[in-house]
Design a binder for this molecule. Structure first.
Ligand SMILES: [Zn+2]
Length: 324
């Protein structure tokens, strides 16, 4: 039996002989068995803007404008923007007029201040009327639920996939309505779609997943002071309750490289079973009232490379809250 090591030696010897024969010995010729990494090629730079929470108050429109100018002002400018959900302050418990005011504001700032391509992801606060009492909805309105946001953003479905620069992007819809609120999970139809989507994707194509609610996050332990109860409790509304089956699905597809999220307004990174889960803070931090815990108003710059690797940096844009 030829062991891997001896086989590698044989190949190295052949490689060395070939190099001698071609007169290239001593140059940069890479011999078989040489594992020196070559610098990967960056194929895409994304700005991930999560949790904008635009509203007529607290100078939020000016804050989003400042953020968009910052994103587009980089010398090494991002190729596109991915939003991470919670585009508006709240429509879950807002009436029709208030919801319209927030979406109108979001649309007008984006139209006026953003010249980059944008792909959107929905958050829980973008779902209109789930709290029927507070929003005075019946559930029969034509724009009830996710339809209003989908109409504004021009989306046919709240989840989807697309390709860019050799990567496959999967945008999930984390908000699973429950009672007058929600939890983080995929319904059966969406989970089956995700399974099919990953099965259809070439195993060599790196995959980036975006969800509003984190699939897995360390920061879920720090949002609120739940430990004061004497036990760690992470609500299903803070982190995907179907984490286990999603994690198992990703394990069958090693080309799933990175999952981006928001929702917690905190920044973290968890590497688990070959997948990196990044929670990317919040553009509005503490809902336009300054930093939220350690998280300043900001966004993530994510560089994607041809070999399936990536880099993330959290970028602040110096926003100071309005003095009210
Ligand atoms: Zn949020």
């Amino acid at each position: 039996m030829t062991s891997d090591i001896s086989r590698r030696r044989i190949i190295q010897t052949i490689g060395a002989a070939a190099a001698w024969g071609s007169g290239l010995a001593g140059t940069a010729t890479v011999l078989a068995g040489d594992t020196r990494p070559e610098k990967p090629k960056r194929v895409l730079r994304i700005a991930h803007l999560s949790d904008i929470h635009i509203q007529p108050e607290r100078n939020a429109a000016k804050g989003l404008t400042a953020c968009l100018h910052h994103v587009q002002g980089h010398k090494d400018r991002p190729d596109m923007i991915l939003t991470g959900g919670d585009l508006v302050m709240d429509s879950l418990g807002a009436d029709e007029a208030r919801t319209r005011a927030q979406w109108d504001l979001f649309r007008s700032v984006m139209r006026a201040e953003c010249s980059l391509a944008v792909e959107h992801c929905l958050g829980n606060h973008d779902v209109w009327g789930l709290d029927r009492k507070a929003s005075r909805t019946t559930g029969n309105e034509p724009l009830y639920g996710k339809k209003w946001a989908m109409e504004v953003l021009g989306l046919e479905r709240p989840y989807r996939a697309f390709s860019r620069a050799g990567w496959r992007f999967i945008v999930l819809d984390s908000t699973f309505p429950k009672g007058s609120g929600y939890i983080g999970r995929l319904d059966e139809t969406q989970f089956e779609w995700l399974q099919d989507e990953l099965a259809r994707t070439d195993a060599k194509t790196p995959v980036l997943v975006v969800s509003h609610i984190p699939i897995l996050a360390a920061a879920a332990f720090l949002d609120g002071n739940r430990e004061e109860s004497g036990d760690w409790q992470v609500p299903a509304a803070w982190m995907h309750i179907d984490l286990r089956r999603i994690k198992d699905l990703f394990a069958r597809h090693p080309n799933v490289k990175v999952c981006l999220s928001g929702h917690l307004h905190l920044v973290d990174r968890v590497d688990y079973c070959g997948v990196t889960y990044l929670c990317d803070g919040a553009v509005c931090a503490a809902w336009w009232n300054g930093p939220y815990q350690e998280c300043e108003p900001g966004y993530a710059l994510v560089d994607l490379y041809a070999d399936g690797t990536f880099e993330r940096q959290y970028v602040t844009f110096g926003w100071k809250p309005a003095k009210v």
